[in-house]
Design a protein around this ligand. Structure first.
Ligand SMILES: Nc1nc2c(c(=O)[nH]1)N[C@H]1C(S)=C(S)[C@@H](COP(=O)(O)O)O[C@H]1N2
Ligand SMILES: [Mo]
Length: 239
């Protein structure tokens, strides 16, 4: 497997910024945030989130890999905090959308898949220290948020999942041009263990932000928590 390209992930300007703030914590693709942040003070975490939001460059793209660099499909790893097979009623599945949006309500896969489809080979970096490059297919989260009339000036978007997992993102990362709502992997419908019928793929963040089996999106100005975030993992989790 190709090692994570750290030069892509840490631009020079940010590197020097990090140099003057040695205590600041920013994740790289291939090392763990969990244990370090677990012991950190809440105030420090809030400061850390604030700095990460300030240095986040929405125009900076994660590496998109060539097909030759894909992780072979047989090595497409599965990971979840509880179950790999939640009880999803896929034929009747809808995505509930609420909060600061013009058109709240339930959106079907049929409606979502009217949006332009994108296929991207993107690296997924798990906080546990492994990564992989699957071929994802789906729509852009920003196109979907435009479809529902989400307030782009709202601060956060939170998500709920079929396995009771939950997480949230800052609006800039949610609107990033590589954040996907994926319904395919390797040119086939997403498998249940990988988040069917619809999951998030957010290559600018650690893997625990890429929620599987999504059931509800909420646009809000109140900072939401997350399953791992509430257990001490980095909230912003930017790469
Ligand atoms: N709903 C839900 N989404 C989730 C998780 C989870 O437990 N539940 N685990 C996260 C973590 S830690 C990782 S690494 C990836 C794993 O995705 P995969 O099973 O497709 O490899 O899903 C993320 N999204
Ligand atoms: Mo993960």
């Amino acid at each position: 497997m190709t090692p994570p390209d750290k030069s892509q992930n840490v631009p020079g300007s940010r590197r020097s910024f990090i140099a003057v703030l040695p205590a600041l914590f920013l994740a790289g693709c291939d090392w763990t945030t969990g244990k370090r942040t677990k012991s950190a003070l809440k105030g420090f975490q809030q400061f850390n989130d604030w700095v990460q939001q300030k240095v986040f460059d929405p125009g900076k793209l994660a590496t998109e890999y060539a097909d030759e660099q894909l992780t072979p499909e047989e090595d497409f790893r599965v990971n979840g905090y509880d179950t790999d097979e939640p009880d999803m009623d896929i034929p009747n599945w809808v995505l509930m959308v609420d909060g600061l949006v013009r058109s709240p309500g339930d959106y079907s896969m049929e409606q979502i898949s009217t949006l332009p489809k994108y296929v991207k080979n993107l690296r997924h970096c798990c906080v546990e220290g492994w990564s992989m490059v699957p071929k994802w297919g789906g729509v852009l989260m920003k196109d979907f948020l435009a479809m529902v009339g989400a307030d782009p000036n709202a601060k956060y978007v939170s998500v709920e999942c079929g396995d009771d997992y939950y997480t949230a993102w800052d609006m800039a990362s949610t609107l990033h041009s590589q954040t996907l709502l994926a319904y395919e992997a390797y040119g086939k419908p997403l498998g249940l263990e990988h988040g069917a019928p619809l999951r998030v793929v957010m290559p600018v963040k650690l893997g625990y932000k890429s929620a599987k089996w999504i059931t509800r999106l909420t646009v809000t100005n109140e900072k939401p928590g997350g399953y791992w975030e509430d257990r001490g993992y980095d909230w912003f989790a930017g790469l």
